[in-house]
Design a protein around this ligand. Sequence first.
Ligand code: GAF
Length: 389
Amino acid sequence: MSAAATTLDAEFQNRFGADADGIWSAPGRVNLIGEHTDYNAGFALPFAITARARVAVRVTHGGEAVLESTFAGAAPVRVRLDELTAEDTGFSGDGGWARYLAGVVWAFARRGITLPGLDVLLHSDVPVGAGLSSSAAVECAIAVAVNDLAGAGLDRPELVQICHEAENDFVGAPTGILDQSASLLATAGSGLFLDCLDRSTRQVPLDLAARDLVLLVIDTRVTHAHESGGYRDRVASCRLGERVLEVSSLREVSAQDFAERAHLLDPETRRRVRHVVTENARVQDVVALLDAGRLEDIGPLLTASHVSMRDDYEISSPELDAAVDTALAHGALGARMTGGGFGGSAIALVPIALAETVSTAVSAAFERSGWASPHIYAVVPGPGAGREG
Ligand code: GAF
């Protein structure tokens, strides 16, 4: 067991006065490229990071789920399993984190897969609201736990679906399958080339150190959420684009189709659709470069992705733009915001020798603007979800 799992195990025993049946964990993710393409049946290339959400779980027999977490000030949430419904409002406010756990239990129950009761203790070191998929990490950790404890034997793609239903239908965030796929299907040392149309995946080796490169995460510490506002509006724009262009998903729109038919779209929808069309092409170009062993050449595509999100999808922020521009000005090969946007983190692909220079310059730029000091650190592709003990 990892040190973090051992600590959680002891804390579970402390709180519940009994041993957990096991510890399961699932990672957050960085999306290397392919943003807002997942709910358009498009392409993405995420990888799992080493920060993980962990759950210690014990099967009980009282028909109740007792959900606790180590989040500061989080009160325990108790819920009768036979009363768990998507309309449940008991999870708002301070119990917000518990909705992701309860939603997964609910999505299993929809399939007739139930436990007679459970005690859960959650701890996560994936920063919340940083665009690194802290919610999917929680969902995927409890999903692998319930799958094992109920002896359900569901495969990983089915668990992706369960977590996606929990997030969309129970929590109410209209997100795609990117985050859950990364957390459940990614492997250490690789990016996960994901085709959201048929949900097929392929591992693409991503050995940064072998090329003397690092991938820096620049967490702007401007937090975001996807249940309302901008994210939902972007999904709606894409649906409008589909209707006007008469396609079942924007994935079907090639660059040539777009050039021929863009005039049918209003200016805002045209920009949104252009982002999705060009982003799908960029993902494929990045994968082709990685397949050809040319990791050091993907930088301009990462930066073009950022420009598209800034200008066409309009989901960047002054902090994200400053992080990207400053990183590029100090030697990054490419940089972009990652995740849903409206805050969160940027990533920068940087020669190892310049990592310190880039970090210092970005921190100084934030200080000059009077913003909170960013968290900057290197990430590598870590393992996907699984049992730890
Ligand atoms: C968030 C969502 F949860 C994902 O489904 C995806 O749409 C992403 O934003 C943007 O690429 O992480």
